[in-house]
Design a protein. Sequence first.
Length: 633
Amino acid sequence: MKQTKRRFKASDPHNTETDAYEFIRSTLHSLGWNTKNPSRHPDGQVYIQNECHSHAELKKCLGGGKPEAIVRVAENTFWIIESKKEHGELSKALKEAKIDYAALVNKSKTIKAVIASGVAGNRTDSYLITNEYFDGKKWYPITINDQKASGLLKPDEVNILLAQNSATIKDIVIDEKLFLEKAENINDILHKGAINKNQRARVIAALLLSLIDETPPNIQAQPRALIRDINARVENVLEKHQKSEFTSLIQINLPPSKDNHYKYRAALVDTIQQLNILNIRSAMNSGKDVLGKFYEVFLKYGNGAKEIGIVLTPRHITRFSVEVLNPSINDIIYDPTCGTAGFLVAAFDHVKKNANEEQIEQFRKHNLFGVEQEPEVVALAIVNMIFRGDGKTNIEEGVCFQKNLERAVKRGILTATYEKADQPNTNPAVTKVLMNPPFALPGSIEKEYHFVKYALSQMVDGGILFSVLPISVLCESGDEKDWRLNELIAQNTLLSVISFPPELFCPIGAYTIGMFIRKGIPHPRNQNVFWARVQHDGLLKIKGKRLPFAEEPNDFDKITLHLRAFLNDQTLRINNEPEFCKLAPINFEDQIFELIPEAYIDSKPISYDAITEGAETLVRENAALIIRFGREL
């Protein structure tokens, strides 16, 4: 046992100061800094140890001193980073960065040091980080979205600090590409730690909840003690948010084999390190559903998601649909198949933009509702909302068909409450629905349109529903056609149908559409529908993944405002763009009764040049065949 304990000590001979240099350098590089020596490379930004003496003024100020790293954040402005080998020396590392180095630099008349960071730890125990900013008079802890920065800083974060001369950063834009890359990296760490792919989302949820408190878990503890610490924090957070029934779905356990205990512990510690580098607590307070994207990475590797029909909605689709629906503080929003709560988060973030604190608090308590039938996914959705400051959102486990969401008034506030669906809902409350129902499995009696039919039954007349659906729902014959003709159009108004890019749910191949419906008003025969075909969504497929790419066109941006205006006024006129969008009434003479954009949007006229080029190609191909195979053709 003594040997086991020794492996967690910072005095381990395998842990050296070189490890700290490499950690700092590699982390800065991953965050976007150019880690080349500025004295040798004009675009370099990072001096490691004695490299800082190549800068004449730094050498003059520091004398023989040399911190672990100095980052050139502007022409004459620097960031001092000092490290120690043990976690308990974190405050000492920060103090030395400020007093022993930054204070000396700030005596200069030509250069200054405005950021100081302490790094404490080693490659066995991981690293803790703390950061402060000097406004010219005093040092202040750096906070991002009201949370202390737990990792080193990205260039855009430093630029904000410098521009505002303040240690407080609000609503910083999250680098989604960096987060997704780190998520893939964490997945690899968990894989090497022998953590089953079906358990990784649970592990991530537990670790994130354990990091809510200012004091992190004791990552120097033995494996069993570390697990107990993490699980106790999970239980406390869920109890605080009145969601104790989900504790068992998030808490984690050591693997049965003791041989894997230390491997498991190492994976947890490394993952916490990666989360801290991302300033994850700050990110969760941002205006983006970063947690949902994280979960997608871990859920997609599990066998269960595909087999039970879970198709997680891409976050740019949740944003697009919410921008079009434009929910307000007065809307009651429902997602009867909420998954990890992506639509609810997007709606919440949208409403926050134009509301005060009191309105925001009321909205998240009384206006957001979701149901999810997979218990572990429900737990992930709740964690998602907890990181939005709202663990009490009305997200429930169960089958939506067994619930009615009925109008209620609580303390004078209009809201809704779940009731058993043993009778039709005669007192609906929902004004807007956002949903992506499970894709029907072979032989399933629950079809996608059943979820749309149910959701409409929970809405007030005039409310608007958005749903992602497989394209087959709007073009197949049989039950689907009967529903389209005799229920959907006979009882409601079809406002818009959007064809999505074929790789939207990559790597799952599925042709999908987005449909906007107004509840309770039969569709007027001559009323226009907004048909659109989105071929480009601003994402590019790179190594099997779809990532944001600035140079890639985005058709969603082109139609969002037009579509929002059309939902409010169907008499508006919008320019017809062949192969892209068109306003046109439903063709009731269509025997198939297809309600897909491809049946309505015009094709581009074929130009003379295109005809000529096609004819020339055909002649060349025929000539080649004759030459190769002879006259028998």
